[in-house]
Design a protein around this ligand. Sequence first.
Ligand SMILES: [Zn+2]
Length: 246
Amino acid sequence: MMKLIDTHVHLGVSKFSGVATTETDIIDAMKKYNVETSLVMPQPTLEDIEEVHRRIARFSAAYPGKIYGMAAIDPWLDEERFDSQAQECFEQHHFVAIKLHPMGHNISPLSPRCDQIYAAARKYKVPVIVHTGIGNPFSLPSLMIEPARRFPDVPIILAHAGFAVYTDEAVVAAKACENIYLEPSWCPTYTIKKMVDHIGAERMMLGSDHISNLPIEILKLQTIGITEQQMEQILYSTPKQLFHIS
Ligand SMILES: [Zn+2]
């Protein structure tokens, strides 16, 4: 059985879909589908984000090595409040990534406000996960090319790799910048094969986004005609290295 890291899991209630996911839901799905490690972040949500971050930290502490947290700090916060939340997430809770949700945060990745996200990623040596595909123009994959060039040492993961409709644009962005990675949840099978062929499995990883997607996203990788080694890379080796999972 291949080891598996799910790099895109949410805890809490989404303000968009209304979907609620609990700790038990996540652990049950991990057992059912043999997921070794899940990376967990808040939803775009009306809940108190600082409280959700602490809930994720408690969840992570209860399942060492199985659950890692990721921060979703509002880029509209002033510098002082942003920095104090970042400090708590990374120094106290040891979270492994920071999220930018252009639709949830209602902001363009090109806004100077988002520089605090990229700068925090650089400071704490963690990747940025950016929601792409739904919620345009802010969620267009190509908008990450410019920040990726200004922060070449920061790995930038395009979550949903353009969300089916903009997958080609996600491939173009990843071709333009070596530090852009693709996580193809929700994407059609043939486009995922195309990403592997053009970008390489070394810059791709699995994400479920909704735990009910987990078996589907795994099955897609199993059926698109990639090698066992490429699959192992996407399911395990790329995220293990990128998020410093020990
Ligand atoms: Zn998501």
